[in-house]
Design a protein around this ligand. Structure first.
Ligand code: SAM
Length: 326
């Protein structure tokens, strides 16, 4: 079992399978793209599977695939079913921008994946294009609706609202949670990478207030087994739900149960700190499982009590979110 210095049990691994993305979200990826990792520096699928097996031995029961954009990596259609079938794994999910969701839904369903997170920061086609720099709104929306029709549940829609960009869409997102079974997740914009000096930050309390003023009371939902740090609500007659992930205004580090693995094989003890532990090097040097277990243990031992943002010695996060995976 992986237990850190603060007695938190670590049972959740987020794996970024590629640093590449087919969108350039204005707060995440620079307009002309990010410098790409060299092919040889990216963990191969068999390496990812070996790491996943070791992680499961250590008590990881939940894996989420992310990126970059996970659905653009070649071979992902063969990789996901093998990963999802690993013994001991209770839950595999994926965070995607949804551009290639529709054509992958049959594969995801057959692999037993039910829970999807799709990032969509605007319900307006033109604004979607402005934020992501690509005209893929219709494609993404079709993927979301098809997933709903195929019975995927829950379908979480990740939304980062930014002042002066898409904050006028609170009403549209709220109405969506009223009328459709989607789980909206408002994620506070973290001061990382391109968002580092951004004035666009909106505390989730502001969004919550607007929603209540517009649609009436939000009824709390008690946390489920697979719930992360979101505080969850529904409207009285709502088909969907509203969740707030308030990493900046309300730290939830005391409940953190996760590690992250980057596409180039670094284990990150915390999303918002710069500590990294290299697992690719010992893996490629041919180390036995025991040595790789020690790498996991080291990463867990380095988990900080709380992320360092907002503290007096306000630290900058060196990586961009597109190379961490969120
Ligand atoms: N390409 C996939 C996607 O779009 O969902 C996975 C990677 S993306 C980096 C994962 C999530 O991180 C997205 O929901 C995105 O909105 C979020 N994200 C990126 N930068 C962020 C920031 N500075 N603050 C909060 N969330 C951020």
């Amino acid at each position: 079992m992986l237990v850190d210095r603060f007695n938190r049990r670590i049972n959740y691994l987020r794996i970024s399978i590629t640093d590449r993305c087919n969108l350039r979200c204005m707060y995440c990826v620079p307009p002309f793209g990010e410098r790409k990792l060299r092919h040889k520096d990216i963990l191969r699928y068999e390496e990812l599977l070996r790491i996943a097996r070791i992680a499961i031995k250590l008590g990881i029961t939940k894996i989420r695939l992310t990126g970059g954009e996970p659905l653009i990596r070649r071979g992902v259609q063969e990789f996901i079913p093998v990963l999802a079938a690993l013994e001991g794994l209770e839950d595999v999910s994926i965070t995607t921008n949804g551009v290639f969701l529709k054509e992958n839904l049959e594969m995801l369903k057959a692999a037993g994946i039910k829970r999807l997170n799709i990032s969509i920061d605007s319900l307006d086609k033109e604004k979607f294009k402005r934020i992501t720099r690509f005209d893929y709104f219709d494609q993404v929306w079709e993927g979301i609706e098809t997933a709903r029709d195929m019975g995927f549940y829950p379908i979480k829609l990740n939304v980062v609202l930014m002042k002066g960009v898409n904050d006028n869409e609170v009403f549209d997102f709220g109405r969506l949670a009223l009328e459709q079974p989607y789980h909206l997740r408002f994620i506070e914009c973290m001061p990382v990478g391109l968002a580092e000096n951004s004035l666009a930050f909106i505390p989730n309390a502001e969004i919550e207030k607007t929603l209540i003023d517009t649609f009436g009371p939000l009824i709390p939902i008690s946390p489920g087994l697979h719930d992360g740090p979101a505080t969850r609500f529904r409207f009285e007659k709502g088909k969907g739900e509203i969740g707030f992930i308030s990493a900046i205004s309300h730290s939830f580090c005391q409940e953190c149960n996760r590690l992250r693995l980057t596409a180039n094989g670094m284990l990150l003890p915390c999303l918002l700190s710069n500590t990294e532990v290299d697992i690719k090097d010992p893996l490629r040097r041919g180390c036995l499982d025991g040595a790789l277990i020690e790498v996991f243990q080291e990463a867990v031992s380095l988990k900080p009590e709380c992320h360092p943002l907002g503290l007096e010695n306000n630290q900058k996060v060196h990586r961009k979110m597109c190379s961490i995976g969120g």
